[in-house]
Design a protein around this ligand. Sequence first.
Ligand code: ASP
Length: 439
Amino acid sequence: MKLHMQILIALGLGIKRNWHIFFGIILGIIVGIFLHGHEYPLVSTILTFIGQVFIRLIQMVVIPLVVSAIIIGITSIGDNKQLGKFGTKMIVYYGIITSIAVAIGAVLALLFKPGIGAAHYIAANAASEVQASVATAMEQQHNVLNIFLGFIPSNPIHSFAAGDMVPIIVFVLIFAVALAKVGDVNRPIVSFFESVFAATMKITDWIMYFAAPGVFALTASAVSSFGIDIFTSISKYLLVLFVGFMLQLCVVYPLFLKFFSKVNIGMLYSAIAEAMMVAFGTASSSATLPLTIACCEKRGISHKIASFVLPLGATLNMDGTALLQTVAVIFLAQAYGVALTPFLIIQIALLAIIASSTCAGIPGAGLITIALILNGMGLSPEQLVAGFAFLFTIERITDMMRTLVNVTSDAVVVAAIADNENEINYDLLNNPAAYEEIA
Ligand code: ASP
C-alpha cells in the first residue's frame, strides 16, 4: 500500500478510536473563529479555566512520572554496556532527526523567502509585551557555557520545586545509574518507584476522561486570540512552517523508520494518535509525556525502552522547535535585509539544534530560546525586540504544530530503538483493533 494511504488509514483509525478528542479540536477551532473579535469575557474566562485545569492536571503527574520512569528504565537495563549502547543510539537518532529538521527549515526558508517584504508586519507590532522576557533570556543566555552549567543542579530539591526539567533529568540519570551499580540493595527504592510509576499511569488514565473538553477549551482560546486573519497576513511564513512540519511527519519519519527499523509508520501513528492530538491541544511535550508513555507501552513497545527513552526525548528532542527556530530566524534576517551568507546559515542551523534541545517541553519555551540564536547574529536590540513581538503574535498556533512534531518524533525514535533491541511486540503494534484504551 502507498505510504500516504497507510498514514491516512492509520490516522483515520486513531481518530475513530478517539473521535471525542478530535471532535474537541475541530469544535475548538470553529468556536475560536467565532469568538475572535467578539467580547465575551465570561466565555473566555470559562474556556481558559477548563484549559488550565486540564494542563495543570497532566503537569501534576509529570515529575513523579519522569523520575520513576527513568529510575525503573535504567535499573531494569542494568549493565553499563547496554545502557551506554541505548544512550548512544538515542542521541545519534535524535541528532539525525533534528539535523534533518533544521536542514529542511533552512532550505524551505531560503527557497520561498517568506521574510522578504515582511518588515512592515514586524514594525507594526507592539513590542512592550515581550521586552522583559527577551531581556532576561538574553542575559541568561549570553554565554553558551552558562547554559550547560545550568544543567547541573547544585540543589536538586530546588530544581524539583521549580520544575526545571533538564537539571532534574541530569540528577535522576546519575542517581539511577548509581542505583543500578549498587546491586540488590537498590530493591526497596526501585520497588517504591515501581509503585509511583503505576499510580501515576493510573492518574493519567483518569485525566484522559477530561481530554476532550480540555483540548476543546485550549484550542478555542488559542484560535480566538489570533483568528483566521493571521493566515492571510503572514501566510507565506506559516505556509513554509506547515510544509516543513508535514515533510517531517510524512516523509522524514517514514523514511527514518524504514531505514533504521521494521516499524510500520501507519501503525505507529495509529498507536500514538491520542498523544499527537493532546500535544497539539496543550502545546507541551512534557504535559503530553504521560500519554506518550501510555500509548507506547500499551501498544507494544516495551516498558524498559519507553520508560528510559521517552522522558529524555520529551525534554531534549525538539526537532519541530528546531525547524521553527531556523525558519523564524531566517525570516527575520530576510525581513531586516541581513545578508545570509553560507557561514551564517550554518551558524543558525547549529545554534537551532542547541537552542531547541535546551528548551523545556512547555508552551512558548522555543520562542524564548530563539534569543540564543538571534543574539549570535548581531541584530540590534530594537530589531530583536520588534522581531520577537512579531513572532509572539503567532506563537500559539505555531507552538501547537511544532509540539505535535516534537512528540511524534519522540515516539518514532523510541520505536526504532525498541525494534533494534527486539523490544517490540509486533503482534500488538500491528493490530490497532486490539489496542487497549488509555482511559
Ligand atoms: N512547546 C514545545 C514543546 O513542548 C516547546 C517549544 O516551545 O518549542 O515541545
